[in-house]
Design a binder for this molecule. Structure first.
Ligand SMILES: [Zn+2]
Length: 197
């Protein structure tokens, strides 16, 4: 006989991506076994993230203040802007360590089949930012998938006519593979070998 609280936790965990019913049950029984403080540390971490983390008002990276640490860092090159789909893509590029410019996080990609249109992304603020900013180069670092390419193309059209060079990451990254899973060497090659869009 499973109690209501246990069932509820299994239901909540089962909603997470990649966690099936069986895994949710396993995690729940694990949490029942560990100490109260260990289990509540997880609950607190979830609460902290939801209460403290927001999107940077400039680049839409994750931040715990109005602006993220990258936007506030005076050592970053403010004339280069790298456009990525998700914060996790930004993290992958940052861990490669070669890129020193700024970012813009789209929070997704244009995906007509899933009903995701340009206005659901941060394309409008991106265009406004580029228009009013002092950028010399915009690097399209959306994923090399059909939708990532389409998104990059759409944005480059929006930015056409501005005196800015638009580049695309080199195809060191195999078509279809995802930025977040690429290793440092591949990401560095993709950045240094970027080509005019
Ligand atoms: Zn930022």
């Amino acid at each position: 006989m499973i109690t209501q609280s246990v069932t509820n936790l299994i239901d909540q965990l089962a909603k997470l991506p990649g966690i099936g019913r069986k895994s949710a049950e396993r995690l729940t029984y694990h949490l029942l076994r560990v100490s109260k403080s260990d289990a509540l540390a997880l609950a607190d971490a979830i609460r902290d993230v939801k209460e403290n983390v927001r999107y940077c008002k400039t680049c839409f990276n994750l931040a715990e203040a109005d602006e993220c640490e990258i936007c506030r860092d005076p050592r970053r090159d403010r004339r280069i802007l790298c456009v990525v789909e998700q914060p996790r893509d930004l993290i992958a590029l940052e861990s490669a360590g070669t890129y020193k410019g700024l970012y813009h996080v789209l929070l997704g990609r244009i995906a007509p089949l899933e009903g995701i249109s340009p206005d659901q992304l941060t394309i409008e603020p991106l265009v406004a930012r580029v228009r009013t900013g002092d950028f010399k180069e915009i690097i399209m670092a959306t994923n090399p998938t059909l939708e990532g390419d389409g998104t990059a193309l759409f944005i480059s059209h929006q930015l056409s006519g501005l005196p800015i060079e638009i580049t695309r990451l080199a195809r060191g990254i195999t078509t279809g593979s995802v930025l977040e899973f690429a290793n440092k060497e591949i990401l560095t090659d993709a950045l240094t070998g970027r080509q005019k869009f």
